[in-house]
Write a protein of this length. Structure first.
Length: 317
């Protein structure tokens, strides 16, 4: 049986690591940290200092967080995931971006030519912003989703071009809108040589990083102008709870056969996924969409925060 003294030290290390994450990565003030950890401001200050003295902080946090590890293990075991990382919940999703960047950077540092694929979204952009500048022209950075509405309006959270500029790799964006104006237009767009090239590369990707969006008013697809009010209402009526690369799915993770999916011009999703598809998302409001993606085996890996993980597990019946 472990000595109480050792248990107290482990708990202090855990609290210090959590305080350091909130301070250095999530950007919280000491007052905010104190409130979240239910300690005094002075205790919060000491915990951050302790994390530094114990060398828990380098460029990234270097200490396992027991509660996050337990959540990750539960999700990994329940859904047979190849990869699962859960980070502390912060005011922004910077922590998720930092964690996802750790995995992405490892692929980018490889000398052997590698194909990496991406959807789009704010959290993936945060991931890209954590990647240091490098020169890796041997890699191919491929999108699985377009970055414009059917009327030509560009989205704000494109990933592939930004990452390619940062690391000097070859970029292959999807040359279509996210949702075409008709199924006939989509079929025509997807017969173009440029689309077929991108689709073929995406199918060869060593890893694919995807955002997970919820289906709701002012959710990512709606906010970016890729779908309109009427289309949101139709998807909700059809039972859609989430989307990956524009493809809407229900609570069971089944990709819908109706609604905007008839006109989505993204690279088709594989179901069940046979390759490493890493969902990157956070926040309790995304929990239902994340859980459905896991149930439907649309993703085989997950990087999320505690709020999303806790809520997702609570929804499992």
């Amino acid at each position: 049986m472990r000595e109480p003294l050792l248990e107290r030290r482990d708990r202090k290390l855990d609290l210090a690591a959590r305080a350091a994450w909130l301070y250095y990565i999530a950007g919280n003030t000491q007052e905010e940290i104190a409130a979240k950890l239910n300690v005094s401001r002075q205790a919060a200050q000491r915990l951050v200092a302790f994390a530094v003295s114990e060398k828990l902080i380098k460029f990234r946090l270097d200490h396992p967080l027991s509660e996050c590890i337990a959540l990750a293990e539960s999700l990994r075991d329940k859904f047979a995931l190849s990869l699962c990382e859960i980070v502390p919940t912060g005011e922004t999703f910077d922590g998720i971006g930092v964690c996802a960047a750790t995995y992405l950077e490892a692929y980018l540092m490889a000398k052997a030519p590698t194909v990496l694929a991406f959807s789009s979204g704010r959290t993936l952009r945060l991931m890209v912003e954590q990647i240091p500048a490098m020169n890796q022209p041997q890699h191919k950075i491929v999108s699985i989703i377009g970055n414009m509405s059917h009327c030509g309006r560009a989205g704000r959270n494109e990933v592939v071009i930004h990452l390619s500029d940062r690391v000097g790799s070859q970029a292959y964006p999807v040359p279509t809108p996210v949702v075409a104006t008709s199924s006939e237009e989509r079929e025509l767009l997807q017969t173009q040589r440029s689309f077929i090239t991108v689709k073929t590369l995406a199918e060869q990707a060593k890893a694919t990083f995807v955002g997970i969006g919820d289906i709701a008013w002012n959710a990512p697809l709606h906010q970016e102008g890729f779908i309109n009010d009427e289309e949101v209402a139709e998807l909700l009526e059809l039972g859609a709870v989430g989307e990956v690369a524009g493809w809407a799915y229900n609570r069971h993770g089944e990709i819908l056969q109706k609604g905007t999916n008839r006109r989505v011009a993204s690279v088709p999703l594989e179901q069940p996924a046979q390759r490493l598809i890493i969902g990157v998302a956070g926040g309790a409001k995304k929990a239902e969409a994340i859980l459905a993606a896991l149930r439907g085996k649309l993703i085989t890996g997950l990087i999320a925060d505690e709020a999303a993980a806790q809520r997702s597990l609570a929804l499992v019946i």
